[in-house]
Write a protein that binds this ligand. Sequence first.
Ligand code: ASP
Length: 367
Amino acid sequence: MHFLSMQDPMIDSNARILLIYTGGTIGMVENPESGILETFNFEHLTNHLPELKRFKFSVDNIVFNPTLDSARMNPDHWRKMVKVIEDNYNDYDGFVVLHGTDTMAYTASALSFMLQNLTKPVILTGAQLPIGKLRTDAKENLITALEIAADKDEMGNPIVPEVSIFFQNYLMRGNRATKMNADNFNAFKTFNYPYIGQSGVKIWYDRKYILTPDEGKKTIFHYRLDENIVVLKLFPGIAENVVEAVLNIKGIKAVIVETYGSGNAPMESWFLDRIRDAVRRDIIIVNITQCPIGGVDMQRYETGVELAKAGVISGFDMTTEAALAKLMILIGHNYDIDDIKIRMRIPLVGELTRLEDRQNERVYGKI
Ligand code: ASP
C-alpha cells in the first residue's frame, strides 16, 4: 500500500444525505421463517441500523421500485439514478447509492460521465453479505459511506466531490474501479489509480488524488447514451469469421478490443484488414489491455504499431467499464467521429492516465 498523506475529516452536522437504494445483496434480510433472502423494507432502515440515529446529520432515503440485482442494470437504470440526483441536487449535501456489487463499477463509470461538473459526493457502496446477516460487511460499508458523503473540508466544501466507490475500508475513484473478488469482502480495486481515501480508526483522504470541481461551472445531468457498442476480447486462435461477425454487427458504432499486454493483437493480414475496413466504415475501435495493471502503449511492439496504423485508438489505462461508459456518452451526444477520437484520449473525469502523465508521475506499483 502506498503512503497516504491524509487529513482528518470534519463531519458537517447540518449535512443532509440522500440514500438511494437500487438493490443488491446489501439490502437483504433473511426471512426468519423461510430462511429466504428478501429485500428489507427501507422504511424500517433504522430498525436494522440503529446506528443511523447516532449520526449528527440527517439521512433520507429513496428506494427503487422494483429493486434490482445489479446483473439486471442497464442504461435506463443509470438514467433513473441521474434523475433522482438531479431532482434532489440542491436539497442534499451528498448522495450514497446502494447497489449490487456485480455491476457497480459499470454504474460508477457511467455516473461519472453523466454527472458533469459534479460538486457533491456520489458514493456507491454495497456488500458481499446481506445487512441482516451476523457477519455482514453492509453496516460498516454503509455507515462509512454516509460519513464520507457528509464530510466537509475546512472551507465547508465536500471533501470528495466525485463519483466514488467505498468498499471494505477503501475509497476509490468510481471510473477506475473493477470488481475483482467474488468471495471476499475486499471486492473492488483501482489497479491504475491510488485509493483516494481509507477508513480505519479514522477516515483519511488522499486529497491530491481527489478531483477539484470548477465551482464556476454548472452541474450538467446527461441522459443520452448510445448502446451500439461491443467488447471483443482477443484470445489465441480467435477465428476470422468471429472477428468479421463482430465488426459487422448491424448498427455497431464502436468496438472495444481487449488486447494483450501493452495493447498487442495478432498481425495476420486478415485481422488487420478487418480492422482497417471497420475504421473506414467509421466504426470507432478502442484498444484496452486485458491486463488489470498498466495500460496500452501501441508504440512498444510492432503488433501495437500496426493497430495504431490501422486507425485503432488507445484507451491508455482505462478500465473496460470506463471505456464503455465513455463511448456510450460521447456517441450518445452525437459528436463527430474525429471529436470522439480526440475526447477518448483526454481524461474527462480522471478516468485515464495518458502515457506522458504515467511517465511523469509513476502511480503504478504504489498501490
Ligand atoms: N448479485 C448481486 C448484485 O450484484 C451481488 C451483490 O449485491 O453483491 O446485485
